[in-house]
Design a protein around this ligand. Structure first.
Ligand code: HEC
Length: 103
């Protein structure tokens, strides 16, 4: 039986050790890269553009983490973002903060 708490703790340790690298790997493993690129608009907005829009908004990280999990529409255009159900709230927080740091 896999101990998910241990895994989560390990994950947090890894992320703290090397935030940018671990987050890029997480975005890859959760398939965000199918629709997002750091600097180019693909199906979804570029991370740098998202970070610029929410710069100075201290509530942005929590809100984006929620939107990553439940999906969103109408914020960036016609194309909706489907709910990403394959990641935990912790992982969504990590990804939201990482995206917001890309300015
Ligand atoms: C099937 C394509 C697709 C995938 C997969 C996808 N996204 Fe998105 N994402 C979009 C689209 C389209 C939008 C714009 C939605 C809108 O206009 O509200 C978006 C918007 C966003 C936003 C901005 C939300 C806002 O309200 O401003 C963030 C942050 C984001 N995505 C992160 C992620 C992360 C992290 C992952 C991986 C876990 C991911 N996305 C996977 C298509 C995708």
């Amino acid at each position: 039986m896999i101990d998910f708490r241990r895994l989560a703790a390990l994950f947090v340790a890894l992320v703290t050790a090397s935030p940018a690298l671990a987050s890029a790997d997480l975005a890859r493993s959760k398939n965000c890269i199918a629709c997002h690129h750091a600097e180019r608009r693909m199906i979804g907005p570029a991370y740098t553009v998202i970070a610029t829009r929410y710069a100075g908004d201290s509530a942005a990280a929590g809100r984006l983490a929620e939107r990553i999990i439940s999906g969103g529409s109408g914020n960036w255009g016609q194309m909706p973002m489907p709910a990403q159900t394959n990641l935990s709230r912790e992982e969504a927080d990590v990804l939201a903060r990482w995206i917001l740091s890309q300015r």
